[in-house]
Write a protein that binds this ligand. Structure first.
Ligand SMILES: Nc1ncnc2c1ncn2[C@@H]1O[C@H](COP(=O)(O)OP(=O)(O)OP(=O)(O)O)[C@@H](O)[C@H]1O
Ligand SMILES: [Mg+2]
Length: 477
């Protein structure tokens, strides 16, 4: 940089000039003085250090050499404004170092006047790369935090759906088992009381045998009577009720239906009455009837607990969310498990399955695909307001396995179609939808399984199509 020449002046002025120069030279901000033609009149050390120029290079460059191409237009406007006499504060722009590195800066520029003319601009700038990096880091952290929160909410939503579904499904068998076990104690007590009375009346071995046989034969009969037409059942029941009344047995209305179910006819009762000592018939009937009830209650408890363990194992498979475990599964099992979990919402919905059971098994991570089925089916149920036809179709595409889930609900508004996979997009009232269902499904299908998820919708017909890659074509053909 060529040193300006100074006329001979008062040494005190020279001393003062040198003092200010030293201050400027040693400042940590970048300081520049630019002539109206763009050449540099003066730059300080911080300026040269930041932009990577040596002092002897300064006379050969001009201000446009240190402006980043992206900031050129902006800087030209600012330069012109300053030359017209404006002072500019809080400028943010980008310089370019000698090696091309962009240097974001912040600062201010003032004009220097000579009489009524601006002869140079003085600029003070600070390199803000570090600050921007810190800001960017902060922004990224905030984004990660938001993402983490979204994943957490999504997990909670999945868990919420699962537990809502499950508690509904478990409630029926659990309540049935509990009712049956409460009732069984009473039935056993009444049966024992009848047995004691029969023993006291001196019932012989053959007579006990006749009673036992009647009870034993009931088991097979009750199974085959299962689909007896209700009208015939009613008629037979009235017949037995009359028989019991004729033989002075109380509560015939209560006992008769059980006898009919068990295949105990009027003739068999006649036969029994002939074999029993006089007056023991009411106790014998009570013993029989309570015996039948006990068996039925045991059957209820067994069916219910079977159902409970079926649900528990479905949940075990369903909620296996450990994404790290890769497994090869039959896609239909996941679909059926999901339908089981959502059973409480499907009561008034006809599920039409069009499964291609010949489809190969597929590789999935954990059982995350169940979350996909749940979210899509859950939406379909919402769209149908819990009444309608849900179609689930599986078939083979080109190197893919396709699962199509359709509903005959209201459909998706054309303007919403582009947004439904976005996180937090929902058309449902606050507190009903979080808008995370399809975002989750999208991520699991595309990012985690390399598949595709598409949708077609018109009023009365919406189909979500999930395509999963069939990787191992050798075993799939
Ligand atoms: N089968 C469908 N029929 C009609 N609209 C649908 C269907 N599936 C999704 N949508 C629309 O897409 C939106 C986004 O669905 P998404 O599952 O992501 O969120 P949500 O169901 O609103 O809430 P969340 O699933 O988190 O409880 C829904 O609000 C709904 O407007
Ligand atoms: Mg949803």
């Amino acid at each position: 940089m060529s040193e300006p020449t100074y006329p001979a002046v008062d040494p005190r002025l020279v001393e003062s000039e040198q003092r200010y120069r030293a201050v400027i030279q040693n400042a940590s901000d970048m300081i520049q003085s630019v002539r109206a033609d763009g050449t540099f009149e003066f730059v300080n050390r911080a300026w040269m250090k930041t932009l990577g120029f040596e002092a002897d290079e300064i006379p050969r460059i001009n201000v446009w050499d240190i402006v980043h191409p992206d900031a050129m237009d902006h800087c030209q406007v600012l330069f012109t404004k300053t030359l017209r006499g404006e002072s500019l504060s809080y400028i943010r722009t980008t310089f370019r170092a000698k090696d091309g590195t962009p240097i974001p800066v912040e600062g201010n520029v003032t004009p220097r006047w000579l009489g009524s003319q601006v002869v140079a601009t003085h600029g003070f700038f600070r390199d803000i790369s570090e600050r921007l990096r810190a800001e960017e880091l902060e922004r990224r952290n905030a984004e990660l935090e938001r993402e983490r929160l979204a994943r957490y909410l999504e997990k909670m939503a999945a868990l919420g759906k699962l537990s809502a579904g499950l508690s509904h499904e478990l409630n029926n068998p659990a309540a049935a088992a509990q009712r049956a076990s409460d009732d069984i104690a009473g039935a056993l007590r009444r049966r024992e009381r009848a047995a004691r009375a029969l023993i006291a009346a001196g019932l012989g071995v053959a007579q006990w045998q006749a009673l036992e046989e009647l009870l034993e034969s009931a088991d097979e009969v009750s199974r085959s009577q299962g689909d007896l037409d209700p009208l015939a059942l009613d008629e037979q029941s009235t017949g037995i009720e009359d028989w019991l009344e004729d033989h002075r047995v109380d509560n015939g209305w209560d006992i008769a239906p059980g006898f009919v179910q068990a295949g105990i006819t009027g003739e068999r009762l006649d036969d029994l009455a002939d074999r029993l000592p006089p007056g023991t018939l009411p106790d014998a009937v009570a013993w029989l009837s309570e015996g039948l009830s006990t068996r039925e209650l045991i059957e209820i408890i067994s069916r219910s607990s079977h159902r409970i363990s079926e649900l528990v194992s479905a949940v075990k498979g369903y909620s296996h969310m450990d994404r790290a475990t890769e497994q090869v599964v039959d896609i239909h099992e996941g679909l059926e498990g999901t339908l089981l979990i959502l059973g409480h919402r499907l009561r008034n919905i006809t599920v039409q399955r069009e499964y291609d059971h010949a489809l190969p098994h597929i590789r999935v991570f954990g059982n995350t695909m169940n979350q996909v089925w749940t979210n899509i089916i859950d939406n379909a149920i919402d769209a149908m307001e819990e009444h309608g036809i849900l179609t689930i179709r599986t078939r083979r595409g080109t190197n893919t396995l396709l699962v199509e889930i359709g509903d005959n609900g209201a459909g998706i508004a054309p303007e919403d179609l582009a947004c439904i996979f976005e996180p937090f997009f929902t058309t449902k009232p606050q507190g009903v939808g979080t808008g995370l269902g399809l975002d989750t499904a999208w991520r699991i299908v595309t990012e985690e399984h390399g598949g595709m998820i598409t949708v077609e919708s018109e009023p009365g017909r919406t189909v979500f199509r999930v395509a999963l890659p069939l990787l191992d074509t050798a075993t799939t053909s």
